[in-house]
Structures are given as structure tokens and as C-alpha cells.
Design a binder for this molecule. Structure first.
Ligand SMILES: [Zn+2]
Length: 447
């Protein structure tokens, strides 16, 4: 595929070409991951997704709507005369000297075709493990688990939570040249030096399952498997983990304990889950405050109380303001919010007993797991992100569990404290505190 060089200076270009080029350049400069062009009754609405959040940008004149859509379809080698079907195509662009791989999707809508562009930087490198925003103790524990010669290490979270990037960062750290690391991915998101990467090509017959079985014959030490999505994949991974391989993969669950019960749902025997999974890391991405304009303020009492309940104390927080450097949003870049569940003997026993996710969660918290919410508040207290971001990416149900009826005798004092806090939180719910209804309501919904 030939790369279109996107230039904005030429005066011989048609207006639509100029507008599209200017739009692409602006989107790339703003660090947008996606550009949304939505056909409305009057013209196009244009939005960029930056750091996971959509932002409106000035719309082009209504008169050029169809010309813009057609121009984008031409770039992606799509049929411009067919406007009643959805299309998918790709374009290679050189924007301001950077090479971008652009996925173009069109959708026929009520008021005409809408287009979404996904911009992928072809030379981008995954972030380092210590750039993800992880607390030092979590990072140390994760690396300890990753040093195991066999077993499974899973990251979990919704789409777009950064779980694949974390696995990539982990693989980079493991890649010392002594191990053979093979990955099977759909699609390959980054090129990883030192890793044999196998892209899945369903059409060419290289299915996920087949790729996985083939990669085992390449004598790997470490396997990176894009996603555990069906019983067949899970079975192969469990077998690999049992036979001297370290398997890294992702799941879609809300929190770390639910990943263990999801494996049971996928047909893995409880004793196999217990004996293969070393740790599960749940995560979210929250926007980072812009360092140029963030403002320190006294933390409101309701926020301090919420933080105290998760064991975080801070009298001051920072709020988003907005300046030219952050396009007025107050944020630049993102930080990971993490919850690491290390499978120790007691958690293993609980899995074998088929305890539910809620029970596993309580046990993990007793054993010192920092919850997603607690990790979010830790970063609010550190001035990395805001209360609004933590609430946005961790809506109500997460992290809330009901206090057990009576604490077991062996519990450590820290766990007891956490228990009391949770009981208080539950009591707060019952009396209907309006200020944090959003953070506690629906606690039952999750497991
Ligand atoms: Zn700013």
C-alpha cells in the first residue's frame, strides 16, 4: 500500500483534500487515537479521542461534508459510490514526517455516512514497566511473579484499559536475550524487539488456536497470548503453564478476583486454576493532570473521607484547570490504576473450594491487595490524577464488597481496619449519603 504524504501547504489541492489533510495533521499533533466524523442533519460533527476521552473540534463547512467523506474513502481505497453499506479499509499516511497506519470505517447513518479513523503510529514503542504509574510495591510484586519460570500471569480489565500495553512492558522487561519469547496476537499492536510475533490471520487459515499450538513447537520459554477468549485457547495455555512455560495473557473482567472465576467458567478445573495462575493484575487508565496548569486545593471533607476508607490520607488534592498545552482539558497522557492479586496458598485453597469472586476478593484484600479504588485514591493524593477521573474510570460497583459477618481470628490488624471501613461505607449507603452515592451504589451488581 502506497503511503499518502499528508501536506497542508499546497495551493493546488481541492478544498476537501486540504481540509482532510489539515484535520489529519491536527489530530496527529493532538495525540488523538481516533477521529470521529458523524453526519448530522446539518453537516459533520468532528471529535477526537484523546487519552480515551472524546473532544469536539471545530466542524468543517456543511457544503463539503460529502467531499470530505469521499476523500477519506478514496484514501482507504473504498468504493465511494456505495453509500448504503458499511466499509472498512486502511490507509498509510505520512503526517508531519510520522508514518501512520489509519483504519477507516464507514457507517451509513440517518443523515449520511459517518466515518471513524483509528490512527496507529507504526513506529511507536510500548512504554516501560516503570512508566505505567504502578506503585513501587505492586511493581516489585509483579516482577517477582514474572520471574517464575512457569505458570500464568494475567492482566484484566475492559477494552481500552491498557492491559495489553502492560503485558508488552512486562515482556520487554523479561526479554534479556536468554529466553525465547513467542507471542500470538490479533492484531499485533507494537513490534517488540527480541520477541517472535505471530499475527493471527483468520482468512489465511492461521487461526488463534492453530497459531497457539504451532508456537508451542518453537520451544518457547515465555508465551504471550493476546487474549484468553475461548475454552480451547485457555486449555492450551493451562497445559503450557503446567509444562514449564510462563504464559502471559489478558482477560475481560472488572477486577482481579473475577479473572479466577472466569477461568472456571471457561472450563478449567479449579485445581488447575489454583496451580497455574501466579497473579492477576486488574487495571484501568485515568488521565494524568497537565503539569503546566494543575492547581492544588484543599481536599473536600467528602473526598478525604472516601480516601480514608481506602487507607489513603491527604489534605490536599490537585484539580484540572486547562491551558494551551493540554488543549484546555487540564489533562495530558494517562496513568494506570492497578489491583494486583497474588495467588498465595490461601487464595489457591479458596479457588479449589470454588469460592465466588466476592469471597476471593475479601480474602485478597485481607492479604494486602490494594484495590483499584485504593490505587486510584493513592494517585489522587499524589497529585497525579483527579477525583473526577477516578470516579469516571471506576464507577460504583468496583472495589466494594460487603463486610463478612464475623472476622476470622487470624486476620491481621490492617485487614481488620479495612473491614471496619467497608462496614462504615455500607452503613453510609444505608443512610443514603448523597455525596458519594455514585461511588457505592450498585455494589452488588458486580459479581
Ligand atoms: Zn494544561
Amino acid at each position: 500500500m502506497a503511503a499518502h504524504d499528508v501536506q497542508t501547504s499546497s495551493t493546488t489541492q481541492q478544498p476537501a483534500v486540504q481540509l482532510v489533510n489539515r484535520l489529519l495533521l491536527d489530530a496527529a499533533n493532538a495525540g488523538a487515537s481516533d477521529v470521529h466524523l458523524e453526519s448530522q442533519e446539518r453537516g459533520l460533527r468532528v471529535r477526537y479521542r484523546i487519552d480515551g476521552v472524546l473532544q469536539d473540534v471545530p466542524a468543517p463547512p456543511e457544503s463539503v461534508r460529502e467531499a470530505i467523506v469521499s476523500r477519506l474513502k478514496v484514501m482507504a481505497e473504498l468504493d465511494i459510490t456505495e453509500r448504503r453499506q458499511a466499509h472498512d479499509g486502511r490507509a498509510r499516511l505520512v503526517v508531519g514526517g510520522r508514518e501512520l497506519d489509519v483504519r477507516v470505517s464507514t457507517l451509513p447513518t440517518l443523515h449520511g455516512e459517518s466515518v471513524v479513523l483509528r490512527l496507529l503510529d507504526t513506529v511507536r514503542r510500548p512504554m516501560g514497566l516503570d512508566q505505567l504509574g504502578m506503585a513501587e510495591d505492586t511493581l516489585a510484586a509483579l516482577q517477582h511473579c514474572a520471574a517464575s519460570p512457569n505458570g500464568m500471569l494475567l492482566t484484566t480489565g475492559p477494552t481500552g484499559s491498557g492491559k495489553t500495553s502492560t503485558l508488552y512492558a512486562l515482556v520487554q522487561r523479561l526479554s534479556s536475550g536468554r529466553e525465547k519469547i513467542v507471542s500470538v496476537e490479533d492484531p499485533v499492536e507494537y513490534e517488540l524487539p527480541g520477541v517472535v510475533q505471530v499475527p493471527v490471520r483468520e482468512r489465511g487459515g492461521m487461526t488463534f488456536d492453530r497459531a497457539l499450538r504451532s508456537m508451542l513447537r518453537h520451544d518457547p520459554d515465555v508465551l504471550l497470548v493476546g487474549e484468553l477468549r475461548d475454552p480451547e485457547t485457555v486449555e492450551v495455555c493451562v497445559q503450557a503453564a503446567l509444562t514449564g512455560h510462563l504464559v502471559l495473557s489478558t482477560l475481560h473482567t472488572n477486577d482481579a478476583p473475577s479473572a479466577l472465576t472466569r477461568l472456571l467458567d471457561l472450563g478449567v478445573a479449579p485445581y488447575l486454576v489454583g496451580s497455574t495462575v501466579e497473579a492477576v493484575l486488574a487495571q484501568r487508565l485515568a488521565r494524568r493532570l497537565c503539569p503546566d496548569c494543575a492547581l492544588g486545593v484543599a481536599a473536600p471533607e467528602a473526598v478525604r473521607e472516601e480516601m480514608r476508607q481506602e487507607g489513603v490520607a491527604s489534605d490536599f488534592i490537585r484539580v484540572a484547570v486547562g491551558c494551551p498545552a493540554c488543549r484546555g482539558t487540564g489533562y495530558r497522557g494517562r496513568t494506570g490504576i492497578f489491583e494486583l492479586l497474588v495467588v498465595d496458598d490461601e487464595v489457591r485453597d479458596a479457588v479449589v473450594r470454588r469460592d465466588g469472586a466476592g469471597q476471593l476478593r475479601r480474602l485478597a484484600l485481607e492479604h494486602g491487595m490494594r484495590s483499584l479504588r485504593a490505587d486510584g485514591w493513592r494517585q489522587v493524593a499524589a497529585g497525579v490524577t483527579t477525583v473526577e477521573e477516578v470516579v469516571r474510570v471506576l464507577p460504583a460497583a468496583l472495589g466494594s464488597v460487603h463486610a463478612p459477618k464475623r472476622p476470622a481470628a487470624r486476620r491481621r490488624s490492617r485487614a481488620r481496619k479495612a473491614e471496619t471501613k467497608r462496614a462504615q461505607a455500607a452503613a453510609g449507603d444505608a443512610t443514603g449519603r448523597a455525596d458519594d452515592a455514585s461511588s457505592h451504589s450498585g455494589a452488588e451488581a458486580h459479581d
